[in-house]
Design a protein around this ligand. Structure first.
Ligand code: FAD
Length: 417
């Protein structure tokens, strides 16, 4: 079924009786050409591009819960291509281009809004670092504008410019950055994959990975054994646990990251704004809620909920940057499990087991990567070759130290990235 304005009107006239479920609810088949473990954004996008770009349609996505229940539906929805290091820069640039065509491609409204992202800086040193980053972005073909204090004041008049401790020196403006409705991205890819024949199987937890003579043979699940020639592990915060089923110990720690939303307000923040002296970033959703987040909770956990000290830290930063936020009431907060690598950059690679592939380590920045990761991982699974923009995301960089991509320059400590 194609979605269109005409269809919405027609259904309006005829009692909304013609809509069909966005994807089927099939039982698992005994065998597939490829199985994707994890129905988050990355898993669903991988299945979609396997079918669309490589004609591989005998594919199943196995999701232990429901589509959109993981990090893909828990993030603060920021989409950007403002990375600095070679390896990351071209990957996120490619991903943003896929975002820009996503709604037409999927025939699904993911509410992608390129409202512009502004990273604030508060010292001469930070200005230099952002100027370099902006130049790298422009060299990559993306957009970046360095604003001075007045430039920021014009766009974001509500910030506290008189703050003695953290004066605002300017900001790096990325006009093509923005937000999207996160769970709609999962639904759009699920629908697109389903239309091409992919089976999306919810409430189906993978409990084991079958390997014989170094070759993957399939998976064990709560709904029975499923044979597969290729298996992709795309389970974000659970990557360490699922990889262990194949005897792998990954360079990944799982940490909690929280987010917050206020009551709905009239439009007040029309960009994405990120504080440079504390971990705090904010945008306003189409429903009017101020959506914001901060840093990791700084301890490893598989609990998708956070703790009070980080809440206090984030609220502190919010009040420092924009005291007006003190009038808004926070309605909800939640947490997600982040798959942190030692250099803060992801992994898209084969494993030591033939037919077994790995896509993980997206840390707290994997929402914007959904289309790029799905595209590149599908390419790797289908062809056995790395897709060029993602060629740096190899697993062995953590063994030999060659090609590490420490975007934040914080060293090899998971919780500092
Ligand atoms: C609070 C918060 C804010 C964030 N903000 C941003 C942001 O602004 N911008 C940005 O780019 N990124 C952001 N991120 C990061 C981003 O959301 C993640 O990196 C990304 O969503 C992870 O990929 P995914 O969507 O595939 O993960 P998930 O949606 O978590 O998908 C993994 C799926 O695997 C399933 N699974 C696990 N184990 C099994 C199993 N054994 N069998 C079957 N299925 C299994 C899980 O149930 C889950 O649905 C944020 C994350 C959080 C938590």
């Amino acid at each position: 079924m194609r979605y269109s304005g005409f269809r919405v009107m027609k259904e309006g006239f005829f009692g909304q009786k013609g809509w069909k479920p966005a994807w089927r609810d099939p039982d698992p088949k005994p065998e597939y050409d490829a199985v994707i473990i994890g129905g988050g954004g990355h898993g669903l996008a991988t299945a979609y591009y396997l079918a669309k770009e490589h004609g591989l349609t005998n594919v199943a996505v196995l999701e232990k819960g429901y589509i959109g229940g993981g990090n893909v539906g828990r993030n603060t929805t920021i989409v950007r291509a403002n990375y600095f290091l070679p390896g990351n820069s071209e990957f996120y640039s490619h991903s943003l281009k896929l975002w820009e065509g996503m709604e037409q491609d999927l025939n699904y409204n993911v509410m992608h809004s390129q409202r512009g992202l502004i990273n604030l800086f508060h010292s001469d040193g930070q200005r230099d670092a952002f100027a370099r980053r902006g130049n790298a972005m422009i060299n990559q073909g993306d957009d970046a504008i360095l604003l001075d204090t007045d430039g920021v004041r014009k766009i974001l008049p509500y910030l506290d410019f008189e703050n003695g401790r953290f004066p605002i020196y300017g900001g790096l403006y990325h006009p093509r950055g923005g937000t999207a409705r996160h769970d709609a991205v999962a639904w759009g890819y699920a629908r697109g994959a389903d239309q091409r024949g992919v089976d999306i199987i919810q409430n189906c937890e993978v409990t084991g990975i079958d390997i014989e003579g170094g070759v993957v043979k399939g998976v064990q699940t709560t709904r029975g054994a499923i044979k597969a020639r290729k298996v992709g592990i795309v389970v974000a915060g659970r990557s360490g646990q699922v990889a262990q089923m194949a005897g792998m110990r990954l360079p990944i720690e799982s940490h909690v990251l929280q987010a917050f939303v206020t009551e709905g307000l009239k439009p007040v923040i029309d960009h994405v704004v990120s504080f440079g002296m504390g971990h705090f970033y904010i945008s306003q959703s189409d429903k009017g809620g101020l959506v914001f987040g901060g840093d990791l909770d700084f301890y490893s956990s598989y609990a998708a909920r956070g703790n009070l000290p980080m809440k206090e830290h984030v609220m502190d930063a919010a009040m420092t940057l924009m005291p007006m936020i003190g009038k808004a009431r926070v309605l909800r907060s939640w947490g997600g499990i982040m798959d942190m690598t030692p250099d803060g950059s992801p992994i898209i690679d084969k494993t030591g087991t033939e037919g077994l592939f790995l896509d993980c380590g997206w840390c707290y920045g994997g929402f914007k990567a959904v289309p790029g990761s799905g595209f590149s991982f599908a390419h790797l699974m289908a062809t056995g070759r790395h897709h060029e923009p993602a060629a740096g995301f190899r697993l062995d960089r953590f063994r030999d130290g060659v090609g590490l991509m420490d975007e934040e320059g914080t060293g090899s400590q998971h919780n500092l990235h």
